[in-house]
Write a new protein. Sequence first.
Length: 378
Amino acid sequence: YGDYEEESRRILRAFTKVMMEGDYNGKPFMFPNTVYRIEGKPDSDDLDLVCELSSKFSIPYFTKEVNGEEYHNVMGCRTRLNSNWTGDPNADCLRTGNLAYISLNLPRYALKGNFWEQLDHAMNVAAEVLIIRKEHGLKLMDKKNLMPFLAQRDKDGNRYYGVENATLSFGVVGLSDALTILTGEGMENKASRKLGHQIMQYINDKAKVLQNETGDRWTVLQSPAESTAGRFAMEDRRKYGKRAPVHGTTGGYYYTNSTHVDVDTEFNIIQKVQAEQNFHKETSGGHIFHGYLGERWSGDSIRRFTEKLINSSNLGFWTTTSVYSVCPSEHLVIPSAQFECPSCGDQTEVYDRITGYLQRVSGWNKSKQEEFKDRRRY
């Protein structure tokens, strides 16, 4: 699309300005999820505009290459397709997707003892289930005709949806909590993180073996785990009592999401980047870095932070999020978490990013609401 660079930039600017305006009530557009992909040195005016949008509504996601891939596609929930399967970006990133993934409960395997054996067993079970799911999906497409759009054939006889290029994936939940059980320290500790990288490499090695054995495309990703991080934690607290290093309170326990540091860590935001960035290389199927901001950062501050991440980090996908409130009665956006409007006293809608998407906090599950209370703002 290089011949249409100026036209595409005009579309980008117009779209970003519409997102900046919000809807009739002044609320942000939650969808579509808006990912700004950065290659090389971005245009200065365009980056300024996008960072202003991030300052006002926290909408943009930013993505760049990781592991030296030529091309990639990203979904707002964090799942990712890279052009390193066949080497053809059209086959690897278009008309295909992430077919299915299963989340591995890393703290559970540490609680059981014989961690590596438990992890092996869980991956074997997960792999068996994922293969069955793929076979079942093909049956629904080809024999039951339940997905005629995806199953339609092109002039060469290929399905519109390229199942042969779709991914089967291992997701992970609670790496920091598993490290706490295994070493006494979570992701905040450098020595513990070294073991964390060994665990992630072990899972990646298993994915490579399965890829060679099955011919399918296997990846590893950070599970979004909107409800799973809570469900795993509550099940483990019920079964293992206080041995399970859960966060939150009764009825709202949760594990740390994927390979992130604990949400209440004492790290500053640069230390958080340094602790999490190299795990993006080990989760090629999808990852995200969350910068939970305190008082709203200016567009210029977000721009300077974004430029640092572009030039000096190994992050592949990130977002900066300020919690804010919207009063529907006053059409007022309040740059903080206030559950009553300071102008009229009516109940507001408080917005934050749950795991990927921006959502009203009142609609979150109990575990995520407990995490919301614990999140450190930068």
